[in-house]
Design a protein around this ligand. Structure first.
Ligand code: KG4
Ligand code: ZN
Length: 339
């Protein structure tokens, strides 16, 4: 008999629902919240209100697009954390009600683990792009930056983490300084394409082990721009593209340096990237270069699976279902949740 999982993701500002059947994606619907754009970041109160409005139609659409009925669903998986508590509560309450009403298992999923397991979403029977264990994954999102060693679907070890800001946050905050809307990462990526990435040089942090730090870089960027604006108040407008390309290059170099070290020291040459920043084209280029220099087998997920989506929650739910790792109705969402 087939295993059909409904996945629900509501950790931040996207409401998403997806259906996965025996590891193969049937649907993945996302309602984005444009309401945060002009605020320079996600406004938690507005996010949870939008989730409440979106959750029922998004789940209905995912079930309809999958061509199934809700009675065929084997289990419902939802994001347990980490994320914004008010947002997580909407998804978890819905999932609990759904599991109770259909009398099917409820499965709480770690959002970070799900970003990594997005690599195992199959788009059809013959999809064979999947990573082999053990592999390293650079998990780079708006809230997290980590190097993780994955030994099996549900066995992961964090080798290093950011000690302050995440890589996505560095993109977003530097973008905000230049006057870009939130999220600035994709804007910086686009505007950098025809710019000179060597025009401005920013000092890279020195952090122990495989850990990262981005807050010093953001401050250095802020002070540099503040000083330049005193000399020329058109400095940002005249240099937007080169500033973007230079800060992007620095962030990517910081990310890659630790990843290369981790690969050398663990002897693992199967390397993946996950999370929203994995969509960055400069990071993909750096990974491709390293794959040639160091014989890495690299895995870069499709853009639709890098940013927050429910298919990654459903695939994680699928592997937990196979192990009968079910949650009770007493489960509560958690703003902070480690692996
Ligand atoms: O994984 P995600 O969708 O949400 C979190 O769980 O945080 O990641 C969102 C982050 C944002 O910081 C956004 O600016 C960044 O991913 N991002 C990018 C790109 N696309 C999204 N950063 C750099 N280049 C991109 N192309
Ligand atoms: Zn995420």
């Amino acid at each position: 008999m087939s295993t059909i999982i409904l996945g629900i993701e509501s950790s931040c500002d996207d409401t998403s629902a997806a259906i996965i059947k025996d590891g193969i994606i049937l649907s993945n619907n996302i309602a984005n919240q444009d309401v945060h754009k002009s605020y320079g970041g996600v406004v938690p109160e507005l996010a949870s209100r939008s989730h409440q409005q979106n959750i029922v139609p998004v789940v209905e659409l995912a079930i309809k697009n999958a061509g199934i009925t809700k009675n065929q669903i084997s289990a419902v998986a939802f994001t347990e954390g980490p994320g914004l508590l008010g947002s997580l509560l909407v998804g978890s309450s819905f999932a609990k009600g759904f599991s109770l009403s259909l009398n099917i298992p409820l499965i709480g999923v770690n959002h970070l683990q799900a970003h990594i397991l997005a690599h195992f979403i199959k788009e059809n029977e013959n999809d064979d792009h999947l990573p082999e264990f053990p592999f390293l994954c650079l998990l780079v999102s708006g809230g997290h930056t980590q190097i993780v060693q994955i030994n099996d679907y549900l066995s992961m070890e964090v080798l290093g983490s950011t000690i302050d800001d995440a890589a996505g946050e560095a993109f977003d905050k530097c973008g905000k300084i230049m006057g870009f809307e939130y999220p600035a990462g994709p804007i910086i990526d686009e505007i950098s394409k025809k710019a000179n990435e060597n025009k401005f040089v920013f000092t890279k942090p020195k952090v122990a082990g495989y850990n990262y730090s981005f807050s010093g870089l953001k401050t250095a960027f802020l002070y540099f721009i503040r000083d330049q604006l005193k000399i020329n108040n058109e400095f940002i407008n005249e240099n937007k593209a080169d500033l973007s390309a230079s800060i992007q290059k620095t962030i990517v170099e910081i990310l890659m340096q630790k990843l290369v070290e981790a690969s050398k020291n663990t002897g693992i040459s199967e390397v993946a990237v996950a999370g929203g920043v994995a969509a960055n084209s400069r990071l993909s280029r750096a990974l491709l270069e390293e794959s040639e220099n160091r014989n890495w087998k690299i895995h870069i997920p499709k853009k639709k699976f890098t940013t927050d989506n429910a298919a990654m929650i459903a695939i994680t739910g699928y592997y937990k279902y196979l192990e009968k790792l079910f949650s009770s109705q007493n489960i509560t969402p958690k703003a902070k949740l480690l692996f």
